[in-house]
Design a protein around this ligand. Structure first.
Ligand code: HEC
Length: 124
């Protein structure tokens, strides 16, 4: 019996280290879409934006005969004179005894709008 030994020579193959040039060359130069869904008011005015919010949410109490008739909020002069207090009160968390409208809370978009109006100098 003849034994055939197969000798496997180990060849050391030096492989060049393949540098993975994973360069993602997709050029992303697209411009982002304009912010806002179109209903963002950039420069709210009392007449166009603020009065309707106050009328619907505040005047039921803040007018003669209302729960707080001493602080009426029916005109530009009355609302703008109270702007600093209004800002503080509408930003109180829901459930806070000082939040306005009393016992409620405006939507964040309405709060943002009033704050923007105040920050812009309260245009009539
Ligand atoms: C359900 C009635 C009611 C509604 C609605 C209401 N208020 Fe008032 N508000 C009151 C009462 C009562 C007071 C006085 C007690 C107090 O200071 O919390 C008051 C006080 C205030 C004060 C403090 C005035 C001051 O000089 O001390 C501001 C500012 C105010 N409200 C703003 C608002 C605004 C803005 C809204 C609407 C977003 C609003 N209120 C809605 C009843 C109401």
């Amino acid at each position: 019996m003849k034994k055939v030994k197969t000798m496997c020579s180990a060849f050391v193959v030096v492989l060049g280290v393949m540098s993975c040039s994973g360069g993602d060359d997709s050029s992303t130069t697209e411009t982002p879409p304009p912010a806002g869904g179109g209903d963002v008011v950039t420069n709210p005015t009392y007449t166009a934006n603020i009065k309707s919010i106050i009328d619907a949410n505040c005047v039921s109490c803040h007018a003669p005969g209302g729960e707080n008739s001493t602080v009426p909020l029916q005109t530009y002069a009355q609302v703008s004179a109270k702007a600093a207090d209004i800002k503080i009160r509408i930003e109180k968390p829901a459930g806070d005894p000082l939040v306005m409208p009393k016992g409620g809370k405006l939507s964040q978009s309405k709060i943002d709008l009033i704050n923007k109006w105040i920050a812009n100098g309260m245009p009539n």
